[in-house]
Design a protein around this ligand. Structure first.
Ligand SMILES: Nc1nc(=O)c2c([nH]1)NC[C@@H]1CN(c3ccc(C(=O)N[C@@H](CCC(=O)O)C(=O)O)cc3)CN21
Ligand SMILES: CC(C)C(=O)C(=O)O
Ligand SMILES: [Mg+2]
Length: 278
């Protein structure tokens, strides 16, 4: 890993050089800093923060204000990684003007280097407008969680010919519209492979198999600290749930038993000063 900042050109160069791109979500300063120091190429401030950080049932209630707030924290922690701000539900659907303003807020207020939005042909004009405003865009196809009420749940997409054909066409349309990468979420591995081969821009997979040009996971899933649901595509590289619970239990116990705080955690004052207070 080089120490040079990861940029839009790095995404395209990685694909050309056949080097895989690593991406993780981040929603706060201290986590972003750790992931950045570990060398992750890109940090996605995902609207999944609505579920992981805010406890909503899906991503639909997340606002642009929420996204700006978390983008600010993440960009303060990221030195090398490219920070992507996810555009939330309804922030790019109403008008081109609204769309540019909202994407602009993630960059201007939040400090994001690029934005991501969900959808295919129906958002092509919005993508072009954002790119024209000099904001790099990542597309997102397959399981697009903001369409949960259309899909009827978080389900694998592109298994049948009609769906698969539509996703392939959409990927090409997004590339034409000027995206510099496309997230493929929960699609069959062979479909993701076909799309990755057809595109000049890199694909970033989540539940889309090993042939994508990069991979993304929700950090709390990867670290095993979010277990409301664990999709099949998640690999837990840690078990922070157990670790956090164990540590918390010991902390509580030591308070109750008077073992914490110990001498090394406390501050002293001169006895003479103390005497005057009695
Ligand atoms: N913590 C977290 N991780 C995510 O990956 C994630 C979020 N939150 N929130 C936003 C979306 C929602 N996502 C999800 C949520 C559930 C499944 C899921 O349960 N999938 C089933 C597949 C069902 C089928 O066969 O069609 C699975 O078993 O993996 C998938 C993606 C991905 N995103
Ligand atoms: C799952 C990723 C791709 C995402 O969009 C998010 O975290 O919001
Ligand atoms: Mg998202």
């Amino acid at each position: 890993m080089s120490n040079k900042k990861f940029t839009v050109s790095s995404f395209l160069k990685a694909k050309k050089d056949d080097e895989k791109i690593s991406m993780l979500t981040a929603y706060d300063y201290s986590t972003a800093k750790l992931l950045d120091e570990a060398g992750v190429d890109s940090l996605l401030v995902g609207d999944s923060l609505g579920m992981v950080m805010l406890g909503y049932e899906n991503t639909l209630q997340v606002t642009v204000d929420d996204m700006v707030h978390h983008c600010k924290a993440v960009t303060r922690g990221a030195k090398r990684a490219m920070v992507i701000g996810d555009m939330p539900f309804l922030s790019y659907h109403i008008s081109v003007e609204d769309t540019i303003r909202n994407a602009g807020r993630l960059v201007q207020e939040g400090g994001a280097h690029a934005v991501k939005l969900e959808g295919g042909r129906e958002v092509v004009d919005k993508i072009k407008a954002i790119v024209d405003a000099q904001i790099p865009v990542i597309g997102h196809l397959g399981l697009t969680p903001q369409s949960i009420n259309i899909f009827g749940g978080f389900k694998v997409q592109g298994k049948n010919e009609e769906q698969a054909q539509k996703i392939v066409e959409d990927a090409l349309l997004l590339q034409e519209a000027g995206v510099f990468a496309i997230v493929l979420e929960c699609v069959p591995e062979k479909l993701a492979k076909l799309i990755s081969e057809k595109l000049k821009v890199p694909t970033i997979g989540i539940g889309a198999g090993k042939y994508c040009d990069g991979q993304v996971l929700v950090t709390q899933d990867m670290l095993g600290m979010y277990t409301d649901f664990v999709p099949k595509f998640v690999k837990q590289y840690s078990n922070l749930c157990d670790s956090i619970k164990e540590s918390t239990k010991r902390y509580i116990e030591e308070i109750k038993e008077g073992q914490f705080p110990a001498k090394e955690h406390t501050f002293k004052m001169d006895d003479e000063v103390l005497e005057k207070l009695y």
